[in-house]
Design a protein around this ligand. Sequence first.
Ligand SMILES: *Cc1c(COP(=O)(O)O)cnc(C)c1O
Length: 370
Amino acid sequence: MHYKLLTPGPLTTTDSVKQSMLRDYCTWDDEYKTLVEDLRAKLLQINNLDASVYTTVLMQGSGSFGVESVITSVLKDSDKLLVLGNGAYGRRIEEIAVKAGKQVSALHFSDTEIVDVEQVDNFLSENEDITHVAFVHCETTTGILNPLEQICNVIKKHNKTLIVDAMSSLGGIPIDIAGLNIDFIISSANKCIQGVPGFSFIIAKAVELEKCKGVSKSLSLDLYAQWETMQNDCGKWRFTSPTHVVRAFYQALNELIEEGGIEARFKRYSENQTTLVENMKRIGFECCLDEQFHSPIITTFLYPENEKFSFQSLYGYLKKFGFIIYPGKLSNLQVFRIGNIGEIYKEDIITLTTIIEKYYNEELLGENNV
Ligand SMILES: *Cc1c(COP(=O)(O)O)cnc(C)c1O
């Protein structure tokens, strides 16, 4: 059975993306390297970036490897990082920095509240030794969308190097990377661009990357060294490149462009998300977040107040119909998540919620027993 994954990635991909992997490539072959170069150029194009200012680096591994590569290759021992956190992925950035022995401070916000820009402003005024600030755009923990523009503006007002984890938003939500003066932005192959898992990518200002030479204490996660090889050897990766994944990503990127680019995809995801929330509320479910904080990426719902409900029972019920949903990730609230990204359309959401309604009536209200 082919499942539709309503998860934050890996997610449902098109048949054409899957089929593009049915061929073997050699990593140093010119045809493959040309594809990598084209892919890197397209990543800049879809984000309206000037190739003389911004550049891209592809890095093996899942999204966290990309984040770790940036944090450990950009921050020198004398630098000091501030992490803004309102979820598990913000905490992961902090953990990466601590493990790497970097100087790090954090401002923690509740997982159900957006990053408070005024607090960030005050903290940066009082702590002038901070050199870099990192935060998550869409916190996939809850699906909360942090106010990107306001946060970037306040960080740049204080002249800090700006690192954005846009793992679950880049490609699905328009981001004015150049306009917001973002220095490093990180995403991965298996989120809104709709590829398969296997590498992450970093879009960065070339002048900022130039400063990273020799900083990393890791050989394989050295962002500068990876960039240098890709630049000098026209699309070559230093170590074995995930060739099939790269080919699938290239196909996915072309499909994003065919769909109408990031704006069109944003519209589709948004429609999925509003349809989902509308239908779930009608059935009797409640959203975990204040709706003004919702992203079009993934939505968190509270467990219904019904003793017959369990995530496992809903999960198993939906799986039989070909849908995979996602557990919650909050310590203080009983929640589950439904994603809207991937090759998913409004009709899929309508089918899904019709099945959830059936589950609700049969399993929770026991209507089939009456
Ligand atoms: C998916 C994701 C990551 C990376 O997670 P991996 O499991 O390493 O791919 C990081 N940050 C955010 C916000 C994410 O959604």
